[in-house]
Design a protein around this ligand. Structure first.
Ligand code: FAD
Length: 534
């Protein structure tokens, strides 16, 4: 199953094992079981610390546990963790085999100290790039604390289970048989949900923080660039983000980040975090800003209020809250979200194998999604509001050439129909004839663009009619000392390279503002020197 290259790489990784590891498989006579047996035997042949055994100990077949013999430590996969989950398999082998995790020591301690018995199950798909984070976080938790059990299940292979539990989006996490979470979650997020005192402790810590010279709100490419540029000036820099990484975390392949021919979103997000950590930046992840109070007080400091009740103060602020998926805002959409209404074709497409789906939106992302889905589903209908598609001609031609794809233009989606548990159809109005029509289907993928995350800024600074932050050429908002960058602003073309450039620019503008307003106290020499003033 593994090609020569992969075998060589895996052999190298397995040399890091410090303790023996046993692969215990539950198999039946199916072809998939034979495939898994072959994979596990191959892995065992690559290291004398790894052994393979079969035992009929789990009802899910094929499945296997990675066990540290003589201990309670184990991690279980149901299905064959290749595709995006291959890294999860390698990490699980290493961690069960005693290789230390790179997680922060205080996080590790918090996991070890969790009191209680937790039995997690995560449904993933092999093409879901949001799933490995969840699978790897829960696997690590179960290695650190044996009272935590985790089984990662390939939803495409256990369709009956998926149907029974109403799983229509991955990753879907169950705790002790009850729904626990849906979508990408980091270890910190899972921990915050289990460790109920964590939010109050974080609020107390934040409330005690001294004012910043530059406070960045938003941890996507724009915010990360701004934080790095500000910290390189040696000034006190903080960054508060609801989800560090931003939209990049939801991106499959990135091929237009100049000088990098190809990368993947989660990899870039991890690199952004690592680069920010190279500098003295106070990173406050999982913190949502709810209010901005520009500097009206005699201390000349602006205030940002957070959802947990804490407040942060700063001499200058960089706003980079980015954007999120636009919703159709029709009856039934919210009710059937994750029950057939989906926003990520790469993640959730495999769960609709052999079913009928619609894609809403005829731009590049909608047409690309429809082409991808056509390879999996029985039929895909693309619905576009306008009289024609807006996607590149080459994509349109490809879509129209597919035998199981239909394109409907001049159609306004009006309602998502369902039976209470899942989607059963989509109603739309034919904008040419005015006729109401319904398509029977099981899934709806919404691909109609993005809205800026700026609702919390209304009244504090000027926003455009589309809700984007109005900025000038230096990235300054309508309020002096408050700057903004990235997808949340009026800057045209929402792209990573543009967001980063804008983030860098506004950090320099903020520094310029600081030195013109009052003497800036430079803390210390930056971690590495740039050639230019920046
Ligand atoms: P975001 O990436 O949206 O980050 C916003 C940050 O702000 C996040 O950390 C968020 O959690 C945080 N935040 C939001 N609200 C608050 C709040 N109230 N309080 C605190 N924090 C908050 N671009 C390319 O160049 N190439 C591509 O191939 C590409 N593919 C894409 C594919 C997909 C599926 C998507 C969705 C986007 C893609 N983009 C691509 C666009 C690119 O990801 C964005 O342009 C870029 O991420 C914008 O960066 P940003 O920092 O402005 O915002």
């Amino acid at each position: 199953m593994l090609d020569a290259n992969l075998k060589t790489q895996l052999k190298g990784y397995l040399e890091r094992l410090t303790m023996p590891v046993e692969l215990v498989a539950s198999l039946d006579d199916s072809a998939k079981s034979a495939e898994l047996r072959e994979l596990l035997q191959e892995i065992a042949s690559l290291s004398d610390k790894v052994t393979f055994a079969e035992a009929d100990e789990d009802m899910r077949k094929p499945s296997f546990a990675i066990v540290r013999p003589g201990t309670d430590i184990s991690v279980r996969f149901a299905g064959i963790p290749m595709g995006h989950e291959f890294t999860s398999l390698v990490l699980a082998l290493l961690q069960v085999g005693g290789h230390p995790s790179k997680e922060a020591q205080d996080t590790i301690e918090r996991v070890k100290n969790l009191d209680g018995d937790y039995r997690f199950e995560t449904y993933f798909s092999l093409s879901c790039q949001n799933c490995p984070d969840v699978v790897q976080a829960l696997n690590l938790m179960s290695v650190l604390n044996p009272r935590i059990r985790h089984t990662a299940i390939d939803g495409a292979l256990f369709q009956d289970e998926v149907e029974k539990r109403g799983v229509m989006a991955v990753p879907s996490i169950f705790l002790n048989s009850l729904p626990f979470g849906q979508g990408r979650m980091s270890l910190e997020q899972i921990l915050a949900k289990l460790d109920t005192g964590a939010s109050e402790r974080a609020a107390e810590e934040i409330a005690a923080k001294k004012p910043y010279d530059v406070l960045v709100v938003g941890g996507g490419p724009a915010g990360a660039a701004a934080a790095i540029y500000a910290a390189r000036k040696g000034i006190r820099t903080g960054i508060a983000a609801e989800r560090f990484g931003g939209q990049v975390l939801d991106t499959m392949g990135i091929e237009n980040f100049i000088s990098v021919s190809h990368t993947e979103g989660p990899k870039m997000a991890a690199e952004l975090a690592a680069h920010v950590k190279d500098y003295e930046v106070d990173v406050m992840d999982l913190q949502t800003a709810t209010k901005l109070i520009p500097a009206a007080t005699p201390d000349g400091l602006a205030t940002v209020e957070l959802q947990n009740g804490a407040t942060l103060k700063a001499k200058t602020i960089v706003l980079s809250p980015g954007a999120r998926w636009r919703q159709m805002n029709v009856p039934g959409e919210a009710e059937y979200r994750n029950k057939g209404v989906a926003y990520c074709p790469h993640c959730d497409g495999p769960l609709f194998k052999g079913k009928r789906v619609a894609v809403i939106g005829g731009g590049n992302s909608g047409v690309e999604a429809a082409i991808d889905l056509a390879g999996l589903v029985s039929h895909v209908t693309l619905i576009e509001f306008d009289g024609q598609l807006r996607a590149d001609a080459v994509l349109q031609a490809k879509l129209r050439s597919l035998p199981n794809a239909t394109v409907i233009v001049s159609a306004q989606s009006t309602e998502v129909h369902g039976d209470g548990a899942r989607v059963t159809g989509l109603a739309y109005k034919d904008r040419t004839s005015g006729e109401q029509k319904t398509i029977e289907l099981e899934g709806i993928f919404v691909q109609i663009g993005l809205v800026p995350n700026t609702e919390w800024l209304k009244g504090a600074i000027e926003l455009s009619p589309r809700g984007e932050i109005e900025i000038d050429a230096r990235g300054q908002t309508s309020v002096p000392g408050i700057f903004a960058a990235g997808d949340a602003t009026t800057v045209p073309y929402k792209q990573i390279v543009i967001a980063m450039g804008e983030g860098a620019k506004v950090a320099l503008s903020a520094f310029d503002h600081l030195i013109r307003s009052a003497p800036v106290e430079v803390k210390e020499a930056p971690a590495s020197e740039g050639r230019e003033a920046a």
